[in-house]
Structures are given as structure tokens and as C-alpha cells.
Design a protein around this ligand. Structure first.
Ligand code: NAD
Length: 307
């Protein structure tokens, strides 16, 4: 291991859903590098809403302690966010890093999606990440340091058959992260989103074994640790990561066209300019809402002055 190893000594990390899959790997990796870790896991079923066991978190805590690492278990559902944050404060006195990772699946084709399928997915993925981050925020603000990870999914970015509920919640997390990265800036709180692919109980029933063996959680955790390091300034970004590959995503926009004629704009104006509206020949990469809105206004003004 090189001398400039990224260390987390003195840092307190909460990893939700750390009893298995990706979360377990994050917890072990942070602890190996000196962090004090709250290993949260409800130990419930894959579809949420039932089951509870202390075993999931306990096994990971034991593994960390066996390697002389520091960790405590927490068995609350992520919906009980305050209790999880309190576990960090009671045991370690602070909270520096929050990895919102816990998750469930309730896949159904759209028409078969029940209110419960929709609500549970939103409660566990999106709402709980909101609750946890809000509860951690004042501690991070006070310390002028915070690193937050939101866990999205390719299903949110691209859509996926049978995952309307999950896709919506997962892309909601990106919107949440985008705004938190702006609000956190002056407190040195950085918030990034990952869309991982890895072998876990969520994927082992839907992907073949030979593919899963390439998708080790150990090929995702290094990105999470890098993003959470005190020397990393990246914020408000989205990454896809899996199988050792890491890449960053961004919005791309066509340069579009002003299609109104003076004060009038019709559906036919849109139709007649469709090629220009949808052409990515000269793409734009706006990164802030003001930049985006100003571009729109300037284009409109320029068109007015040209007529
Ligand atoms: P996993 O099922 O192995 O891990 C999720 C963990 O969260 C489990 O240990 C589970 O007990 C725990 N959990 C579930 N509900 C909880 C609750 N209410 N409170 C506390 N803990 C709870 O699955 P994973 O693949 O490691 O998933 C981790 C995250 O990555 C999830 O958010 C998932 O949606 C996301 N993700 C995974 C993949 C992938 O390829 N594995 C792809 C995209 C997104």
C-alpha cells in the first residue's frame, strides 16, 4: 500500500444498510482505514416492510473489531433517522460522513404497482435519505465538514422495465443531492451520487453468476471512500461505477431554437423546428440553474432583436 493512502482516522462514518452487499464493503473499507463506523442495518427482507434481525449488523461489527477496527451496530430502520444519528453521537461524539445506502426492491410492471409498492420504495430510498441527511446536517455544519453519498441507480437514470417506483425514487436522490451540494458548499459539506452495479442479494436473482463475479462490491467502495475523503472537493456529481470502471455523468442539452414568431408560438412552430430543437450538433453543458435560465432568456432576447 502506498504511503499516501487515503485515511479516515478520527472520522465518524454512518453506513446505512451495512449488513450486506455494498454497505458491508463500505463499512469494512472505512474501518480498515481508521474511521469509526456506525454499522446500520435493519436485517429485514429484500422487499422491506417485514422482518428484522440484529444479526446483519452484528456480523459486520464483529468482523471490523476482529481486525482491530472501531464500529458499533445500529438496528433501526433508516426511517428512524434520528436514532441512527444519535448512535453516532452517543458512541463517537460526532458525525462526519453519511453513506445513504440501505435499499429494498419491490419490482412490478407499472399497472400492477400498488400504493404500498410505491410508498415503501420512496420511504426507504428517498425519504429516509432526506431524514438521515437532515439529522446529520447540523453536526456537519457545526464541524464545517461533511461528506454525504446518495445511492442512485441506472434504473433511475435510464429507466428499467418493472421498476417505476424504484426509478422515480432513485432519480429523486440525484435532485436531492444536487441541491444539498449547493446548500452545503459554504460549510464544506460535499454531496455526491453514485449509481453502482455490484453483486448483492438485490442483483443475484436477476443477473447470471459469471457476470456477478466480475461485479464485486470491492470495485465500488474505492469510489465512495475517495468521494468521502477530506481532501476531495468533488460535489454535486453523479458517477456510474462497477466492475472496476468509474465514470462521471453530466447533463447535455441541445442548443435548441427560439421558435416563436414575435408574440405567437404554435405547436406547428415546434413541429417545423423539431430537427433544430433535438439536434446535439452543438451541445450545451449547463451546470447551474441560473446559467440554464439565462441562456434561455438571452436566446429569446437575441431572437427579438433579430426580428
Ligand atoms: P443489499 O440488499 O445487499 O443491501 C441493502 C441492505 O440494506 C441490506 O443489508 C438490508 O438489510 C438493508 N436495509 C433494507 N432496508 C433497510 C432499512 N429500512 N433500514 C436499514 N437497513 C435496511 O443490496 P445492495 O445491492 O448492496 O444495495 C445497496 C444500495 O445500492 C441500494 O440502495 C440499492 O438500491 C443500490 N443499488 C445497487 C445496485 C447493485 O447492482 N447492487 C444497483 C443500483 C443501485
Amino acid at each position: 500500500m502506498s504511503n499516501d493512502q487515503l485515511r479516515f482516522d478520527g472520522k465518524v462514518v454512518i453506513v446505512t444498510g451495512a449488513g450486506g452487499g455494498l454497505g458491508k464493503c463500505y463499512a469494512l473499507s472505512f474501518a480498515e482505514r481508521g474511521a469509526k463506523v456506525v454499522v446500520n442495518d435493519l436485517g429485514g427482507s429484500m422487499s422491506g416492510g417485514d422482518g428484522k434481525s440484529t444479526k446483519a449488523a452484528d456480523v459486520v461489527v464483529e468482523e471490523i473489531r476482529a481486525k482491530n477496527g472501531i464500529a458499533v451496530p445500529n438496528y433501526d430502520s433508516v426511517e428512524d433517522a434520528e436514532k441512527i444519528i444519535q448512535t453516532a453521537i452517543d458512541n463517537f461524539g460526532r458525525i462526519d460522513i453519511l453513506v445513504n445506502n440501505a435499499g429494498i426492491l419491490r419490482d412490478r410492471s407499472f399497472l400492477k404497482t400498488t400504493d404500498l409498492d410505491w410508498d415503501l420504495i420512496h420511504r426507504i430510498h428517498l425519504r429516509a435519505s432526506f431524514l438521515l441527511t437532515r439529522a446529520a446536517w447540523p453536526h456537519m455544519q457545526k464541524n464545517k465538514f461533511g461528506r454525504v453519498i446518495m445511492t442512485s441507480s441506472g434504473a433511475g437514470i435510464y429507466g428499467n422495465f418493472g421498476q417505476a417506483n424504484y426509478s422515480a425514487a432513485k432519480l429523486g436522490l440525484l435532485g436531492l443531492s444536487n441541491t444539498l451540494s449547493i446548500e452545503g458548499q459554504k460549510y464544506n459539506i460535499k454531496c455526491n451520487t453514485i449509481a453502482p452495479v455490484a453483486k448483492s442479494r438485490l442483483t443475484e436473482t436477476v443477473m447470471p453468476e459469471e457476470i456477478l463475479n466480475v461485479l464485486k462490491p470491492e470495485f465500488v467502495s474505492p469510489l465512495v471512500l475517495y468521494l468521502c475523503h477530506e481532501n476531495t472537493n468533488e460535489t454535486g456529481s453523479l458517477f456510474e461505477v462497477g466492475g472496476g470502471w468509474v465514470g462521471k455523468l453530466r447533463w447535455q442539452k441541445s442548443s435548441g431554437a427560439v421558435v416563436r414568431n414575435g408574440d405567437l408560438m404554435t405547436p406547428e412552430d415546434v413541429r417545423d423546428n423539431w430537427t433544430k430543437i433535438t439536434s446535439f450538433d452543438v451541445p450545451l453543458y449547463h451546470t447551474a440553474i441560473a446559467e440554464s435560465t439565462n441562456f434561455c432568456l438571452n436566446a429569446s432576447e437575441n431572437a427579438s432583436s433579430e426580428t
